[in-house]
Design a protein around this ligand. Structure first.
Ligand code: IPD
Ligand code: CA
Ligand code: CA
Ligand code: CA
Length: 266
């Protein structure tokens, strides 16, 4: 894919993300139809579905040869990343969308033959767009994000969420408790995409979670890469961008230490 092609795809993606965000802002105070999926806390609204449909239709009309992998099922059956694949989470942080009316994002990662080339994470209510093109740096609106500086674990802020089993293996509880005691503070924002964006901007130093889908992480991985961050599964192995993953993303100066000395899944 040429640079001109990538720029064209990026321009379209950015336009659609901003447009979809505007639709969410204008419609979010109307009564929502809220349904549940895998369990009573796994929420989906008609706005998740409408937003994903919006992306799928625009992508198909403009780039008919591209494929779409989306959370709500309006995309294609995607089991490999051959060609150009848009990985779309129409609302990341649906629980926040429903309960808080803030702290949710639209996440779009675009992959070319398995390589992440464009990442967009839009904090809709803050009107803040995190964006990156591979090898061109990551941005928060117009501000270029800096390379991550070396940090020490005891002065780090760590994001965690509450799902602490992985493939029926429990994580090392003592290690995890020791990690929580070791770091300066912990946070949990309820939107994986935003948590990746915060790692990229350096406002948190690492984010650990035990089960995410490709659409939760596709854009974030690209942003974090562009500032010199590292993302792996919790045992240090490579991510599978068409499957479920445990995830540790963060500053390279603490990433291995967290895996080896605290998470201990190796
Ligand atoms: C969820 C959010 C949440 C994470 C969940 C995800 P959704 O995405 O990213 O922070 O903990 O695992 O499923 O369902 O709101 O798009
Ligand atoms: Ca969901
Ligand atoms: Ca998500
Ligand atoms: Ca979602």
């Amino acid at each position: 894919m040429t640079d001109a092609n990538i720029q064209n795809i990026y321009d379209q993606a950015k336009k659609w993300v901003l447009e979809a965000g505007e639709r969410l802002r204008t419609k979010m105070h109307q009564p929502l139809v809220i349904e549940t999926k895998s369990d009573a806390n796994d929420l989906v609204t008609e706005m998740d579905q409408e937003t994903e449909r919006f992306f799928a239709e625009h992508i198909r009309n403009t780039f008919p040869e591209h494929r779409v992998l989306g959370e709500e099922g309006f995309g294609d059956e995607v089991s490999d990343l051959d060609g150009t694949v848009w990985i779309v989470d129409p609302i990341d942080g649906t629980m926040n969308f429903v309960h808080q009316k803030q702290n949710f994002a639209i996440s779009v990662g675009i992959y070319q033959d398995g390589v992440g080339v464009i990442g967009l994470i839009y904090d809709v209510m803050a009107d803040c767009l995190y964006h990156a093109i591979k090898d061109q740096g990551a941005y928060k609106n117009d501000e270029k994000l800096k390379e991550l500086k070396e940090v020490q674990l005891d002065s780090s802020i760590l994001c965690l969420n509450s799902f602490w089993t992985i493939e029926n293996r429990r994580v090392h509880e003592d290690g995890t408790q020791a990690l929580v005691r070791k770091v300066r503070g912990t946070r949990s924002y309820g939107s994986a995409a935003l948590e990746f964006a915060y790692v990229a901007e350096g406002s948190i130093d690492a984010y650990i979670t035990m089960r995410l889908a490709p659409w939760d992480i596709a854009a974030g991985v690209i942003l974090v890469n562009e500032v010199g961050g590292v993302t792996t599964q919790a045992d240090g192995s490579a991510l599978d961008m068409v499957g479920k993953n445990s995830v540790i993303t963060g500053n390279p100066s603490i990433h291995n230490e967290i895996i080896d000395d605290y998470i201990k899944l190796k």
